[in-house]
Design a protein around this ligand. Sequence first.
Ligand SMILES: CC(C)(COP(=O)(O)OP(=O)(O)OC[C@H]1O[C@@H](n2cnc3c(N)ncnc32)[C@H](O)[C@@H]1OP(=O)(O)O)[C@@H](O)C(=O)NCCC(=O)NCCS
Length: 159
Amino acid sequence: MIKLWMAPAGLHVEMGQDGDAAELARIHKTGFFRGWSAQEFAEFLAERNTPIYVACDAKRRIAGFALIRIAADEAELLTIAVDPKWRGKKIGRALLHATFQDLMLSPAKRMFLEVEEQNAAAIRLYRNEGFREIARRDGYYARVDGSAATALVMARDLG
Ligand SMILES: CC(C)(COP(=O)(O)OP(=O)(O)OC[C@H]1O[C@@H](n2cnc3c(N)ncnc32)[C@H](O)[C@@H]1OP(=O)(O)O)[C@@H](O)C(=O)NCCC(=O)NCCS
């Protein structure tokens, strides 16, 4: 079954493929202090319980992606990142919508995520898409300057 979802700006969302690992690592590094390696993405791509959704054009040039982990009746958004030149075009929202729709075919009933308390863009996106804060983890993230940042845990029902 080919899975395909509409996205803005002439893009669509489809499932990540083995050959995407290096590009996913490149985009991830643009958004996170500790980028994950192509090898780590290759491992996620090889596992059934860690699907990756990619937003790309007809030539399969990737603008962003969302990675989730499914465990029993829970799903976790492990990461989401959009290439800086594609941000603010609702690609992140399209990626989340694709995961919600796809998870309707899975046993997952609830989706969780963790986000740095100061990541206003991401928190606004998540709130808009129905996520609500359920916990705080003080000192959870390491910052570039060595200080620690608080993580918010957010959750949303699926289906
Ligand atoms: C978070 C991220 C994935 C959002 O992707 P995006 O495609 O730019 O987001 P969208 O265009 O779909 O925006 C959807 C909503 O997010 C919010 N948002 C996006 N960018 C924002 C910004 N710079 N400032 C404030 N809110 C913002 C808005 O609420 C927006 O909806 P609105 O325009 O109707 O108000 C992207 O900024 C990114 O890759 N950031 C770096 C990595 C990261 O922080 N990931 C999340 C970690 S948990």
